[in-house]
Ligand binder design. Sequence first.
Ligand SMILES: Nc1nc2c(ncn2[C@@H]2O[C@H](COP(=O)(O)OP(=O)(O)OP(=O)(O)O)[C@@H](O)[C@H]2O)c(=O)[nH]1
Ligand SMILES: [Mg+2]
Length: 330
Amino acid sequence: MIIKRYIVDDMKEALIRAKYELGSDALIISHRSIKMGKWYNPFKKKKLEVTLAVEEELKDVKREPRYSLQDLMENNPLFINASDRIKEQLLGYCKLNLKEDQYLTREEIVEFIDIIFKDNCFKNKLDLTRINTFVGPTGVGKTTTIAKIAAEELLVNKKKVGLITMDTYRIGAVEQLKTYANILDVPFEVVMKPEEMKEKIDKLSHCDVLLIDTLGTSQNNREKIEDIQGYFRDIHEDMNTYLAVSMSTDRETLISILERYRKLKYDALVLTKFDEINNFVNFWNIIENNRYPVQYFCYGQDVPDDIQIATLDNLISYSEEIYKDDGSSQ
Ligand SMILES: Nc1nc2c(ncn2[C@@H]2O[C@H](COP(=O)(O)OP(=O)(O)OP(=O)(O)O)[C@@H](O)[C@H]2O)c(=O)[nH]1
Ligand SMILES: [Mg+2]
């Protein structure tokens, strides 16, 4: 007998997934309401846990989800926008691995991407340092990401966290980060002018992790980008600079953001708003046009839940979610 547990929004979702993975003879053994979310999140989401079982000999589909090559290329959001070159390589990979049935498992998809893009930006990660600055275009989620990371570092990794903002341009920006600092009960400093940055960093010398928020600016505004650079000219301590980019940005804009922000010598990317996309065109744009590590994925507005370390495996999970919601897999 094969027994499988699903954490889902409703019974319909559990039945669709079970039908796909276990076949149409699967029976519900139990179901109960549960709350999902990181243990320290006071706003946990309600979910349904459903357990289903099927006799092994009755099962008419394979236990592990597999993807037909044709399906992958024509319907799966991960591959739908891949270039013809990638698709040809995928075919070649299947031939080389004697996959005559042309079905791929999730592990094989990861292996394929790892082979095509050796040392790809989803594989390498930055070592965390004490000072971490977040830069990027307006409204991509810099401040929200800082709040998510601050909560994780403070509550899970038991670090002393300090928050700093230099975004005194936008009305409400200081209050936004200050609110998170108050909720987490961590020190918070506002930098009004470039000369103050070193002083404020030194003031928080007792903190293990400093997260610095910057003002959002268009990649076309070179002057403002240079202004941000000016704030860090006296900082000689190691610093990680993260460029936050929204996954729903179009290709040309994305490439120009990656290019124009080089002025700020970013070390890694944070990809936000995964929950807003219906295709993974930017996954291919980023893997093909960016050599910096991708450190985090953000997939919603919930602080602190909606953030994950960026891995290919997580990425495939998101594409499965979209695939499932589309109903393409039924
Ligand atoms: N759907 C979705 N919304 C997000 C995500 N991250 C942030 N947001 C929302 O995007 C909006 C802007 O987020 P902020 O964190 O203020 O963005 P920012 O980059 O700091 O913006 P500026 O400081 O104005 O440049 C808010 O409504 C956030 O809740 C995400 O991953 N997914
Ligand atoms: Mg902000």
